[in-house]
Design a protein around this ligand. Structure first.
Ligand code: URA
Length: 176
């Protein structure tokens, strides 16, 4: 797996970060979750999904009998965007070689939320039209299955997103 240099400054996000947030969980898993970008807690601790969204994700996983050590967890960009704004296309582009090396050869890539889905399959339509519908994703020299679903943060006030994320975890379970 390709990893950014500790002093990586391939995009402007290096200016505001505390830590580069590298993939976590089971780095050899067949299943990878891709979130948007590190938030404040992730930036401080250097691990993805350890804040509020991480708790929602962990709870959804646990309901399906999945633990953090069953899957790999990463983000489209490895550094926190200022004020948690969405990562810009050029920032995702700069981080792309790392993401590509993380995803190639896996069985299932789970895109958590709009940024990951836009970055990976270039889809910018309604979430409801694509959620939990598996498509092929060409990555590196091969193809993996891609499962677009809701970001855990979208589940806070949206019951149907919660239900869909739970359903996605059921699909994930069948790949493990
Ligand atoms: N949200 C994300 O998309 N990724 C994280 O690591 C944390 C919150």
């Amino acid at each position: 797996m390709l990893v950014p240099e500790p002093d990586c400054c391939l995009c402007g996000l290096c200016d505001g970060r505390t830590t580069i947030v590298l993939p976590d969980g089971n780095l050899l898993s067949k299943v990878v979750f891709v979130g948007e970008a590190p938030g404040e807690n992730e930036d401080l601790q250097g691990r993805p999904f350890v804040g509020k969204s991480g708790k929602i994700l962990a709870d959804a996983m646990a309901l399906a009998g999945i633990s953090r050590s069953d899957v790999m967890i990463t983000n489209t960009v490895k550094c926190r965007p200022p004020s948690n704004r969405d990562p810009k296309p050029e920032e995702m582009e700069a981080c792309r070689p790392f993401l590509e090396s993380e995803l190639s050869g896996r069985s299932l890539v789970v895109g958590l939320g709009k940024s990951a889905i836009r970055d990976l399959i270039d889809y910018d339509g309604k979430m409801a039209d694509i959620v939990n519908r598996i498509v092929d994703l060409d990555i590196g020299d091969g193809t993996v299955r891609f499962l677009p679903t809701y970001h855990p943060a979208a589940c806070i006030y949206n019951k149907s997103a919660r239900v869909a994320l739970a359903e996605a975890m059921g699909i994930v379970r069948s790949y493990l």
